[in-house]
Write a protein that binds this ligand. Structure first.
Ligand code: MCA
Ligand code: AMP
Length: 459
């Protein structure tokens, strides 16, 4: 059983989301009652806002063996319609009049238990950006999630004694898989703060905290809040590179160094520094239990000397089952001998510790811990009638890691309306924060866009 804590001792405040609280037994009953009504559905689309309704619905889908498709609550029309269509979801929760909505009442009492889904059944279909085109649906089986959570529990000494605190979105691996399903597998209490704000983290009194680097940067910038985390046992950062200054600030203000870990939607979390191991700044540590890694370069294998760069490839029990309906892209993401190509460039030292140095492609941007495909944002800009050409890049940004910046060739349109146009079609975090208007985009003799020329402008 993936969420085995649901079969364990009843904890009165097992899950708290903002002001809403449910015990283990209440959650199991409500999710079982809903799950019985979901049985036989192809896939469940969920308006995944940070609420107890989302918690109950995710658990219901998992108990019923119905793949859950979390839809970002701020997804604009293009992104949301794509996810709903592409996933083949035939039932939805939280969408006004969009799909056959199932009304849900979290305190309904269930009768009888649902049969256990197969471990190779799809648990989640997670939509994530590639370098081009619309987001792809990552098929994540129950067994992969269970393997990853068990590996992380071991690496972080995560136990039922912990109280996990975070306020991350419930539609990506970090907040949903680690942050919700992790607590429900390990049996720790969960406090979800709705938003990952420093003052909410400080007030929550947890032992284990999750955040993306932008969150930790904001915590360090609010020293009183950071000091309140001194009572925490472990602070974990992931989803993007943690800047050295933030690592140092957290270490000084909270009294212990954060644990940094690395992963992808397709592979779940594959590398982490350990609770009982070295926590060097910039290191994402060792493979999680069951995971193997290797570095590959055009010249062949790369030595583990802590300096030589290579493309990081991983394999193990936490990998996805493929991109929904995209066999060619699935095949292209694996090597002939079955390793997953992460697209990240890394080093490995003699002790097996990994550093993520960057991404092989400039077209995958990480902003605030969100993965954003340049092509998807360019397509949204090009859908505006005034835009003739568009190029999107990620520029270094102190708070967000990278910020989405667009260069466009357009007639008679200002930056503000264009930004709003994109935000109306895609999730708000995919909108360009800045737009530069050019007479022409830089291209080589073959007409190919030269993005490095744009990033080199540094604006
Ligand atoms: C502003 N807003 C707009 C516009 N301008 N909305 C529409 N149109 C506009 N033109 C609104 C936004 O909707 C939002 O509203 C508010 O303004 C603030 O937006 P924004 O500036 O984007 O947010 P932020 O405060 O800068 O967000 C920082 C953040 C966020 C909270 C750290 O980036 C975040 O939650 N990041 C977590 C990402 C994550 O979980 N990644 C994990 C991926 P409102 O306030 O109402 O919402 S999984 C992964 O990476 C792997 C597996 C791993 O390793 O973990
Ligand atoms: P996503 O699929 O949204 O989870 O994004 C995965 C990508 O996030 C990876 O391919 C990395 O580029 C990046 N990432 C995740 N964790 C880290 C980390 N600790 N350090 C650097 N990059 C990271």
């Amino acid at each position: 059983m993936l969420l085995r804590a649901l079969a364990g001792p009843d904890i009165a405040d097992a899950v708290r989301v903002g002001d809403e609280v449910m015990s283990t037994a209440e959650l199991l009953d409500a999710a079982t009652a809903l799950g019985q009504r979901l049985s036989g559905a192809h896939a469940l689309a969920l308006h995944a806002d940070p609420s107890m309704r989302t918690v109950v619905a995710v658990v219901a889908g998992l108990l019923a063996g119905v793949p859950v498709v979390p839809v970002p609550p701020d997804a604009g029309t293009t992104e949301r319609d794509h996810i709903l269509r592409d996933s083949g979801a035939d039932i939805g929760i939280g969408f006004d009049g969009l799909l056959a909505g199932v009304p849900i009442e979290p305190t309904v009492t269930g009768s009888g238990r649902l049969p256990e889904p197969a471990t190779d059944a799809t648990a989640l279909i997670l939509y994530t950006s590639g370098t081009t085109g619309p987001p792809k649906g990552v098929l994540m089986p129950h067994a992969a999630i269970a393997a990853d959570l068990d590996g992380l529990a071991e690496a972080w000494a995560w136990t039922p004694e912990d109280t996990l605190v975070h306020g991350l979105p419930l539609f990506h691996v970090h907040g949903l898989v680690l942050g919700l399903l992790g607590a429900l597998r390990v049996g720790s209490r969960l406090v979800h703060t709705i938003r990952p704000r420093p003052e909410l983290y400080a007030a929550a009194g947890g032992t284990l905290y999750f955040g993306v680097p932008t969150v930790w940067s904001r915590v360090v910038a609010a020293p009183e809040c950071a000091r309140a985390l001194r009572s925490a046992r472990l602070i974990v950062s992931g989803s993007a590179a943690l800047p050295l200054s933030v690592f140092d600030g957290l270490t000084e203000l909270t009294g212990s160094a954060p644990v940094e870990r690395y992963g992808m939607t397709e592979s779940l979390i594959t590398l982490s520094t350990r609770f009982d191991g070295d926590r060097d700044p910039g290191s994402v540590g060792l493979p999680v239990s069951g995971i193997q890694t290797r570095l590959v370069a055009e010249t062949g294998a790369v030595p583990s000397d802590g300096e030589s760069l290579g493309d990081l490839q991983v394999r193990g029990p936490t990998l996805f089952d493929g991109y929904l309906g995209r066999p060619k892209e699935t095949a292209a993401s694996f090597t002939a001998d079955g390793w997953f190509r992460t697209g990240d460039v890394a080093t490995i030292d003699a002790d097996g510790r990994h550093r993520i140095v960057g991404r092989a492609s400039v077209d995958l941007i990480k902003s605030g811990g969100f993965r954003i495909g340049a092509g998807e944002v360019e397509d949204a800009l090009l859908a505006h009638p005034a835009v003739r050409e568009a190029a999107v890049v990620g520029m270094p940004h102190a708070d967000l890691g990278q910020e989405v910046v667009a260069y466009v060739v357009a007639e008679d349109v200002g930056a503000g309306p264009l930004i709003d146009f994109v935000a109306g079609r895609l999730s708000a975090h995919k909108r360009p924060r800045r737009i530069h208007f050019l007479d022409a985009l830089p291209r080589n003799a073959m007409g190919k866009l030269r993005k490095t020329e744009l990033t080199a402008r540094g604006e």
